[in-house]
Ligand binder design. Structure first.
Ligand SMILES: C[S@@+](CC[C@H](N)C(=O)[O-])C[C@H]1O[C@@H](n2cnc3c(N)ncnc32)[C@H](O)[C@@H]1O
Length: 275
């Protein structure tokens, strides 16, 4: 019952944080008043490929998401997001979309300077709720929109940059999402993906694999209460393509690869493509 009431209460597509300019003008008219389908319950039969299952999973861990990120990465995840901000080096007045924004940590980095117009989009209403609180508390104007990467609620050619941090892994088929992003990016605009790539070999690679398959699921379960979410995390990383294959997918979606940055001994990488 609580879940049902909650879903009705979340029956809004747009979480707009007041700003001087009404940036909703960048939304496609068709989605302005049209809520997405909401999952009312999750059947065991639904596959992890189903975006509604992913959404439900993130809804269920949203309240512990930031805490677990800090704990499981020993705080290094914050540095990875700062690095993404520095690499893109956006200029005042430029527009960026943080897709799969989750609790808004990437958006927060980009909005610190106050010169960039920031948008966030995510399927999970719960994660967006935490992003909204975080950004409002810091007085950072932005537009948070509940939406799906495969059917973005934005007009064509508006973003100078789109970022996705630890989100593309959940989007299948990835190339479909990247083509949809391509539509929304200006000519010359960039897509920057921050992600775990299953590349590490040798001692470091084995340590990382041991940590991700033994420690992450256990700690994740204790803190978040979800048995599933933090078991899914390492599985999704191990099932993810290596960087070279991922670059091919990005190219097939229309982007030219601009740069690849490996961080923390290759535990994560940032791949930048240009339209
Ligand atoms: C691991 S979180 C990453 C959050 C944030 N980017 C960060 O750096 O912490 C992945 C996010 O992707 C979102 N997501 C997954 N599939 C999506 C889709 N098809 N469309 C939009 N968001 C999606 C989830 O709801 C979740 O909030």
């Amino acid at each position: 019952m609580y879940y049902f009431i909650h879903k009705i209460a979340m029956f809004y597509v747009i979480f707009a944080i007041p700003s001087e300019e009404n940036i909703t003008k960048y939304l496609r008219p068709v989605v302005k008043n049209k809520p997405l389908f909401y999952l009312m319950g999750m059947s065991e039969k639904k596959s992890i490929e189903d975006p509604r299952v992913i959404e439900h999973m993130f809804d269920s861990i949203a309240h512990r998401y930031d805490l677990l990120n800090r704990m499981l990465s020993f705080g290094i995840d914050t540095r990875w997001r700062k690095k993404l901000y520095r690499i893109l080096d956006l200029q005042p007045g430029q527009k960026m979309l943080d897709l799969a924004t989750g609790s808004g940590d990437i958006l927060k980095e980009f909005l610190k300077t106050n010169h960039i117009q920031g948008f966030g989009c995510d399927r999970s209403g719960q994660m967006l709720g935490f992003a909204r609180k975080k950004l409002t508390d810091r007085g950072m104007p932005s537009l948070l929109v509940r939406g799906d990467a495969f059917r973005l609620p934005f007009k064509d050619n508006i973003f100078d940059a789109v970022t996705i941090g630890f989100g593309i892994r959940n989007m299948r088929p990835r190339i479909g999402a990247m083509k949809e992003i391509y539509r929304t990016v200006t000519t010359g605009g960039r897509l920057a993906i921050l992600e775990f790539f299953p590349r590490q070999t040798g001692f470091r690679g084995n340590m990382y694999k041991w940590y991700s398959t033994n420690v992450i699921p256990r700690v994740g379960k204790i803190i978040s209460g979800s048995n599933f979410a933090y078991r899914y995390l390492p599985e999704s990383i191990h099932g993810f393509p290596e960087i070279e294959q991922f670059e091919d997918e990005m190219s097939a979606a229309g982007f030219t690869i601009d740069a690849v940055h490996q961080l923390t001994f290759g535990v994560v990488s940032i791949v930048v493509g240009r339209k």
